[in-house]
Design a protein around this ligand. Structure first.
Ligand code: MN
Length: 160
């Protein structure tokens, strides 16, 4: 049997210092699309600030939603820990609509429906910590959407 490599998709050694540039960009960090595919999100970018190493197998990303944009409404087994570092907005997490201000911290637990929106006239930029090994996000099916929309506040908030 050939030993399998560690189940870490990739790892890079980040530079000791990556200075913040103007407008929430960082040195040597490319500005990427939020996701490779799909149309369940709007006006959102991704930068991977730390891409995991064997002794720290997590990814640290910065997402930024432009005014009126939103992330996907999704859930997954893996956790997120989010810190808002730019602007304001709101998020749907579980059964609540949260008002988010700069430096607020949001923990999103396993299989918890969530969506971030920059719906307060400002960008919403946040750091998001995830495990390198993680399941793919699930999108709501028609039954789930109907259940979520049974709550009027949630029906008004979510974008799919
Ligand atoms: Mn998520």
């Amino acid at each position: 049997m050939i030993p399998q490599p560690p189940a870490i998709r990739r790892h890079t050694t980040m530079t000791t210092l990556s200075r913040k540039l103007d407008d929430f960009r960082w040195e040597d960090v490319p500005l990427l699309a939020y996701k490779q595919e799909g149309n369940t999100f709007r006006d959102i970018t991704r930068q991977t600030l730390f891409d995991g190493e064997p002794t720290l197998p997590c990814q640290w990303r910065y997402f930024e939603i432009s005014p009126d944009g939103h992330s996907s409404l999704e859930r997954h087994e893996h956790l997120h820990v989010v810190m808002i570092i730019r602007g304001r907005g709101q998020a749907f997490v579980a059964n609540r609509i949260l008002d988010l201000n700069t430096f607020d911290i949001v923990r999103i637990g396993p299989l918890t429906w969530h969506q971030f929106r920059a719906n307060l006239g400002q960008p919403l930029g946040f750091l998001c910590l995830v495990n390198i090994q993680r399941d793919r996000p699930q999108l709501p099916d028609a039954t789930t959407l109907a259940q979520l929309r049974a709550i009027p506040l949630v029906a008004d908030f979510i974008r799919v």
